[in-house]
Write a protein that binds this ligand. Sequence first.
Ligand SMILES: Nc1nc2c(c(=O)[nH]1)N[C@H]1C(S)=C(S)[C@@H](COP(=O)(O)OP(=O)(O)OC[C@H]3O[C@@H](n4cnc5c(=O)[nH]c(N)nc54)[C@H](O)[C@@H]3O)O[C@H]1N2
Ligand SMILES: Nc1nc2c(c(=O)[nH]1)N[C@H]1C(S)=C(S)[C@@H](COP(=O)(O)OP(=O)(O)OC[C@H]3O[C@@H](n4cnc5c(=O)[nH]c(N)nc54)[C@H](O)[C@@H]3O)O[C@H]1N2
Ligand SMILES: [Mo]
Length: 751
Amino acid sequence: MRKVTTGGGWPAVWYTLRKAREVGGLRKLWRAMRSKNACKTCALGMGGQAGGMINEQGHFPEVCKKSLQAMAADMQGAIRPDFWSTYAIPQLQAFSPRELESCGRLTQPVIYRRGDDHYRPIGWDEALARIADKLRQTKPDESFWYFSGRSSNEAAFLLQLFARLYGTNNINNCSYYCHQASGVGLASAVGTGTATLELDDLDGADLVFVIGGNPASNHPRLMRTLMHVRRRGGEVIVINPVVETGLVNFSVPSDPRSLLFGSKIASLYVQPHIGGDLALLAGVAKRIDELRASDETYLNDCCEGWPEYAAWLRTLVWDNITRLSGVPREQIETIAERYAKAKHAVFSWTMGITHHAHGVQNVQAIANLALLRGMVGRPHCGLLPIRGHSNVQGIGSVGVSPKLKQAIFERMESYFQVTLPTQSGLDTLACLEAADAGRLRAGVCLGGNLFGASPDAAFAAGALAKLDLLVYLNTTLNTGHAHGLAAETIILPVLARDEEPQPTTQESMFNFVRLSDGGPARHEGPRAEVAMIAELAKRVLDGQTPINWRSMQDTSRIRQAIAATVSGFEKIGEIDRTRREFAIAGRVLHQPQFPTASGRAKLHAHELPELLGGDGQLRLMTVRSEGQFNTVVYEEEDLYRGQDRRDVILLHPSDVRRFGLRENQRVTVRSEAGALQGILVRPFEAIKPGNALMYYPEANVLVPRHADALSKTPAFKAVPVTLEASPLDTVSPADRKPAAPRVDRKPLSSC
Ligand SMILES: Nc1nc2c(c(=O)[nH]1)N[C@H]1C(S)=C(S)[C@@H](COP(=O)(O)OP(=O)(O)OC[C@H]3O[C@@H](n4cnc5c(=O)[nH]c(N)nc54)[C@H](O)[C@@H]3O)O[C@H]1N2
Ligand SMILES: Nc1nc2c(c(=O)[nH]1)N[C@H]1C(S)=C(S)[C@@H](COP(=O)(O)OP(=O)(O)OC[C@H]3O[C@@H](n4cnc5c(=O)[nH]c(N)nc54)[C@H](O)[C@@H]3O)O[C@H]1N2
Ligand SMILES: [Mo]
């Protein structure tokens, strides 16, 4: 398959038309996309009167393939009632992630009990009664509560409240697999865990760093902003071991000039080794110091640790920096020179930075570099973790975390007149480890795919299998429902955001709270998340707390509680009346006064880590393709990297030769955690030699459970692997298409 040379553009437009046909016409899709609901995909915060197509500055329309995919997925027909008796568990396990997603919408509660061959539909009353009974028989600290980032602030607040009053702090969200290192790193450096700037600030930036991310594919709407930085004569410096097509050239569909002629994005593209960022960022900082381009007044007045940090920079040896980063000294000097000239620099990053055993240190190193030139605490510059799920930030803000902030804890106790548990709670990976050790009995998952998202897939399946009860609240089927099976597993079907009967709210990565109106249900059967959570809480805790759980089915009642207990969210209490979306108070830093104990920012010196992998090994990153959203795969091909299927490993041609391999030869990829057989070797010029790329979630078989000690985020992007020729050898061209469904498929859903 040929690799495209530009991201976005006409393929994105044709794709819109194709998706529209699949869901019953352009008008239907357009109407769905225009409903006033925050966009379901990334956390850029699209919303407003024309729904997922207007950003916080009112730019419209922004076509994004991802939001269309997510919308079309929710507009699918219902899974047919005979699906459950037709497909036994081993057949569900044989479905690919894409096949599971395209089975259709979940509309009935279903139950699987160990020893059965199939899931079986059950009534709502029976499902909720069984869950409530089991929870009442379980010691609270033998349960865990996992949240994905798609649900509303209201559902998240209510479920964490229920779990705490039930008696546990084992409450966590997908952030522990995502941006936790950003939260921890930012808090240690500047005192806040979120972006220090707002969307408007980007309009004045003359240099944007894009580090360890592929926004052309994962945050397409950011591309318009990057295009404008270049049009203004500014710079975009990309740091990534892979030259991602869309970061070189992108056609912004809503901009006629860009759509026709394409837009240059990166003005400088730097390729470190996987895990080489810490050395690279330290090298840039060292050069800034050598050039005397640091802002001494700011560093002395507004920061702590400058003398120690400066002394450390001066001890660093260039040979070490270039060896550990994989970037030549001249290129590091070029980055520093361009940064030295910038007046307003923004530093953005994503998973290439956080998915490492030194993820927090990576984030601190980015903050160091920004602080060095006084780029935090002024308009038009700052630190910008580019978030993943559309409401992952909001879910964290309203209390989904093992430890509540002290202020929220106290206000929740006094507002609800309750006593909250104080024992320490477990992060996401720790929950799986506790389950594996037999210390947990029950789990509740609000959305997401805990099995598919976790490292070491064999371990994750084994850990979940040790539970007595696992409850999933989901919209569609995913690999977790097939492989993450407890002795009793119950799936409860939920309404998507734009089908909710009441308004809900979400928070963007720019700390902006959006209002979603909801809309008519597309299917009979799924229930609103809040209604279901309130009902379950009533069944488990009725009479034991002063809370009237039935009244908590009302989302405006929950918003009153959030307004009273979560600082910065006061305005959410009036949003039903005012309909005014708002920026959360106290987050954006336009003055160099930091919410740390001393009021100053802090610089951190680090030990530079050795590159992973010895002789005969490659460093493997596990990433997203252009056609997937996390564990949900919409298309097998990856247009931007020129791949027609997902069971591939991408290597630099020099590594293909070095290991004596051939294109399309099948290999076994082996790591400390496991092995994947029959993987096709694909030469890929765009990757830095010594490094390799595979697609998540399939590659989670290979990812060990090594996590960053400070943030508990697994090192999904740094897995040493070896390759062995596979007995299956080379694939014939006819076999190059994605594997045909391995089960006899009847029509799965009815529209
Ligand atoms: N289409 C689509 N959009 C999405 C998602 C999706 O799955 N599909 N997921 C959403 C979510 S939850 C998230 S968190 C974001 C994820 O957004 P990204 O972080 O952009 O996604 P990844 O595919 O994990 O890609 C990470 C990038 O990091 C680079 N990289 C890998 N290792 C390193 C390294 O050591 N150093 C550096 N500098 N770079 C490295 C890879 O080459 C790749 O370009 O996207 C969100 N948006
Ligand atoms: N190897 C490797 N592993 C990774 C990563 C990686 O880059 N490499 N990335 C990590 C990252 S960044 C993340 S964020 C995690 C993702 O982890 P999760 O958030 O746990 O997983 P998703 O695949 O986003 O969850 C998809 C499911 O969400 C459900 N869903 C969709 N909309 C709704 C809704 O409105 N309500 C409810 N209740 N359910 C809904 C659907 O049923 C769908 O199947 O994976 C992590 N795992
Ligand atoms: Mo994420």
